[in-house]
Design a protein around this ligand. Structure first.
Ligand code: GDR
Length: 330
């Protein structure tokens, strides 16, 4: 039975990846900071066979201890402060966890394997936010980085560390440059879920408007369930490498609003959306669109859910969840 350790197990991707690996017969271990984390119950419901281990990406010796218990064949480093907007307000902490956390996991692996790093495969959750102010469209593995947030800078550090451990120590370390990926499990602070939840609540008469920032930003949005499959495929390759994972299609926040409101039966949303300076960012990433040709050719990976289907899936799930919650309140 192969063994896998996932950091960030309580996040959207941790849940999908845990489910995927358990379905493939893996023994799955998840890193948690403490059992009192309110999301632990959700993880245990979604992946009943999960074994949770306590550790912290800020604490090297805790990571070494976790590796000794889990004895993993594969390590997926998904743990991070992942909300870009927060990263300006907590820039140092973002650097500490999203950036330095990667180095600590790699160092823990180097120590744990006695320098024979190739025997444990490592996945780093890199991000399209590293491209930032893009120099070419679409973005590939060869596109230069120009991160535009403390989060993007920290992710670039983690990405280069991953490459560096591959080149310095022969680590089987791969980096997935994942573009935005969403699902009904997405946190409410990210724009897709913020919109689909608000649309559901507006349609049910529970809320009047939704306050957003820049409506003209464009993102390449895919389905998180598809993207964790790409992570797993990367670690099944003989050689470690870097891969862009994206749909190749870009949409604006306005397109997101069009599809989401239409799904709930609202054709004109102009009076329902207010723009609020609090949600604008000090520096914006205007346009992201990824070219996943390498992942398609080498990993045999392709997205199965398009933008419209994804947004409808999320609106439907939020309508259902809000109806259930409203029923409970009555
Ligand atoms: P992003 O995702 O920053 O791309 O990072 P997010 O959904 O937060 O923002 C996408 C775009 O929407 C604009 N926007 C708003 N965003 C939020 N959150 N809230 C708003 O009210 C709002 N109004 C407009 C933003 O300005 C931005 O342009 C995500 C995260 O999951 C990262 O962890 C991951 O690495 C990247 O995707 C790939």
């Amino acid at each position: 039975m192969p063994r896998a350790l996932i950091t960030g197990i309580t996040g959207q991707d941790g849940l999908y990846l845990g489910e995927l690996l358990a379905s493939k017969g893996y023994e799955v271990f998840g890193l948690v900071r403490g059992q009192s984390n309110p999301k632990v119950a959700l993880v245990e419901r979604v992946v009943p066979s999960i074994q949770l281990l306590e550790g912290d990406l800020r604490d090297l010796s805790s990571l070494i201890g976790v590796l000794e218990v889990a004895q993993p064949d594969e390590v997926y480093n998904l743990g991070a402060i992942s909300f870009v907007g927060l990263s300006w307000k907590q820039a140092e902490l973002t650097g500490e966890i999203t950036g330095m956390g990667v180095l600590r996991v790699l160092e823990a692996l180097r120590i744990h394997t006695g320098g024979d790093m190739g025997r444990v495969r490592f996945y780093q959750a890199s991000s399209s936010e590293m491209f930032g102010k893009v120099r070419e469209t679409p973005q590939t593995e060869a596109t230069a980085f120009h991160p535009r947030s403390p989060y993007g800078v920290a992710k670039a550090f983690g990405h280069y560390m991953t490459v560096n451990y591959r080149e310095s120590y022969g680590a089987h370390a791969s980096s997935g440059i994942l573009f935005n990926h969403e699902s009904p499990r997405r946190g409410h602070e990210f724009v897709t879920r913020k919109v689909t939840r608000a649309v559901a609540r507006i349609a049910l008469g529970l809320q009047e408007t939704v306050a957003l920032g820049n409506l003209d930003a464009r993102r390449d949005w895919g389905f998180a369930g598809d993207y964790v499959d790409a992570m797993w495929r990367m670690l099944q390759q003989d050689e470690p490498d870097d891969y862009v994972v994206a749909t190749g299609v870009t949409h604006s926040i306005r397109d997101l609003l069009d599809v989401a409101f239409a799904r709930a039966g609202v054709e004109d949303w102009s009076g329902l959306v207010v723009q609020d300076p609090r949600f604008f960012r000090p520096a914006e990433v205007d346009l992201l669109i990824g070219d996943a040709t390498k992942a398609r050719e080498r990993l045999g990976w392709a997205p199965t859910v398009g933008f419209t289907e994804l947004v409808r899936m999320m609106v439907d799930a939020d309508l259902e969840a809000e109806r259930v919650a409203a029923g409970r309140r009555d």
